[in-house]
Write a protein of this length. Structure first.
Length: 126
């Protein structure tokens, strides 16, 4: 019994070390990979946030978002920002211009570190 617990403890430790090293190496190489699965918010929780910013993420122009939009975005973690974008961008038409919505975090001063974080197939501009 003690040997089994010891093996489980070692296995768990190896997994934790692997995750930490992978994250550290990604940061060292200047990459930022956001993980939406680490966000505990429900998909519906993003509706209020993204509705507040909707007018600043449509069309070809990239308007400056207002304070309320930026406060809503900046209240999220990077992983939750990624999850929210994936939830809302997945329902847009295929020919939708993604430039404006992907600029929102930068235009609101969202602290992506390092800049240029990946979120699935999307990359937030630096």
């Amino acid at each position: 019994m003690a040997a089994l617990q010891m093996r489980r403890c070692i296995s768990f430790s190896v997994v934790v070390v692997f995750i930490v090293l992978t994250h550290t190496l990604a940061q060292v190489e200047g990459q930022c990979i956001l993980s939406p699965e680490l966000c505990s918010m429900d998909d519906d929780d993003f509706d209020v946030i993204f509705d507040t910013c909707k007018e600043f993420s449509q069309g070809n122009a990239i308007p400056t978002p207002d304070d309320l939009c930026c406060q809503q975005l900046n209240s999220l973690s990077g992983d939750c920002l990624c999850k929210g974008f994936q939830v809302h961008l997945s329902i847009l038409p295929p020919d939708y211009n993604l430039t404006a919505p992907l600029q929102l975090p930068r235009n609101c001063g969202f602290p992506l570190d390092p800049p240029g974080c990946s979120c699935g197939s999307y990359t937030f501009p630096s």
